[in-house]
Design a protein around this ligand. Structure first.
Ligand SMILES: Cc1cc2nc3c(=O)[nH]c(=O)nc-3n(C[C@H](O)[C@H](O)[C@H](O)COP(=O)(O)OP(=O)(O)OC[C@H]3O[C@@H](n4cnc5c(N)ncnc54)[C@H](O)[C@@H]3O)c2cc1C
Length: 366
């Protein structure tokens, strides 16, 4: 097989591969019930739900503590990008298996020398007959080790401004010349990878949109990614969990802890109503899409406040991670470490502030 995973014995990454069956089964159940791809055309398997119905469904899934779907990245932004920019043939080929989780997708924007400055991507795609030949490296590629397809930003031209020479390709992850190396995270997980590409051939028919349209496509995909991240954080669960921790550590009578919990409950309520306002704005087609940057900024900062408070309430117990003796409310360490990543993924908080300043508030760049 051309595709290779360089650490097949890596226990953490292997666990994801082993769990894939049950994760796919859960997504298929949701899809079969008509709960996935809310605004996607029915002809490609979309649910045909209104945004309001989708919001109600999301609330109910959160209330039921339903797990996230395995193909979340494809549902949030790859699928919508293919629906918006793809040919009919691409939509028919790629959309149904996204919904059924038969094909899992990874996203390839970040490179070792271009993360925030995505337009500086160096991975080259050179046209050769009916194919592109791709050479380069991506990094921080979530779920590459279990993905079938790669939504990848490549440089197809070095002329003009750097953003103008970019295109998006839909790359088969099992193509010859792809090597995937896991990155071990501070929380013990291994969801990220480095992806190395050497002379990988991608049919030109798998280019999404026009040659040079990559910047526009990923900019619109990032709006969806930021909304997805903001919408996926379940503050009601975080609040319940925090109260459980305080109760178990017998800190509910502590005035300072009570004040902290009340403060976070208030902020969580504000986030909920801000989400409702965004929904109302989008129903009336007056939503500035760049508000997604503000929502992502606020929700990812707030989720860190929750886990910092959880750690503080735990005191010395906070140093234990994955310990079987921990009470249910004692498991903050992993969450605390994971939440650090939330203000980086999908664009850092500094980048979100720049977007809010320029694209929402209309402030000058300098
Ligand atoms: C959980 C997680 C999942 C991810 N998954 C993926 C994925 O699947 N695919 C993918 O392509 N990438 C992924 N990433 C990578 C992520 O998009 C980048 O880490 C992010 O865009 C920042 O890029 P960088 O790490 O290169 O940092 P840099 O861009 O080098 O930034 C370093 C620091 O400089 C600051 N900075 C940079 N530019 C500016 C500016 N103009 N103004 C102010 N401050 C600035 C940043 O805020 C940051 O603090 C993921 C990251 C995380 C944490």
């Amino acid at each position: 097989m051309a595709w290779q995973y360089t650490s097949p014995t890596d226990a953490v990454a292997r666990r994801d591969v082993d769990r894939l069956g049950s994760m796919r089964a859960w997504q298929r159940k949701l899809h079969a019930a008509g709960f996935l791809g809310a605004a996607w055309p029915k002809e490609y398997g979309g649910a045909g739900l209104s945004p309001m119905e989708q919001a109600i469904l999301n609330e109910e899934l959160a209330r039921a503590r339903a797990p996230q779907v395995v193909n979340a990245m494809a549902i949030w932004w790859v699928g919508p990008a293919i629906i918006r920019y793809g040919t009919d043939a691409q939509k028919q080929r790629f959309i149904p298996p996204i919904l059924t989780a038969d094909e899992i997708w990874a996203t390839g924007y970040s490179e070792p020398s271009s993360g925030s400055d995505m337009a500086a991507a160096k991975t080259r795609a050179v046209r050769d007959g009916d194919d592109y030949v791709v050479n380069g490296q991506k990094i921080w590629t979530t779920l590459a080790h279990i993905s079938d397809w790669f939504f990848i930003l490549v440089r197809t031209s070095a002329d003009g401004p750097k953003w103008a020479g970019l295109s998006v390709l839909l790359m088969d992850m099992r193509s010859r010349g792809i090597e995937i190396r896991p990155i071990r995270q501070i929380d013990g997980g291994s969801e990220f990878n480095e992806v190395f590409m050497t002379d990988v051939r991608v049919p030109a028919a798998n280019r999404l949109g026009a040659d040079g349209q990559g910047w526009e496509i990923v900019s619109s995909a990032l709006v969806n990614e930021r909304s997805g991240i903001a919408g996926s954080i379940r503050f009601d669960q975080a609040l319940d969990w925090l109260k459980t921790t305080a109760r178990e550590r017998q800190k509910l009578g502590d005035r300072r802890v009570r004040q902290q919990v009340a403060d976070l409950a208030t902020k969580a309520a504000i986030m909920r109503w801000a989400g409702m306002r965004a929904l109302t704005d989008s129903l009336h087609e007056r939503m500035n899409p760049h508000l997604s940057a503000a929502m992502k900024l606020m929700s990812t900062s707030l989720v860190q406040e929750f886990s910092e408070t959880g750690m503080e309430v735990l005191g010395p117990w906070a140093t234990l991670m994955d310990d079987p003796h921990l009470a249910p409310g004692g498991r903050w360490a992993k969450q605390f470490l994971f939440d650090r990543s939330m203000t980086i993924a999908g664009g850092t908080s500094e980048v979100q502030r720049n977007i809010v300043a320029q694209r929402v508030l209309g402030l000058p760049r300098k």
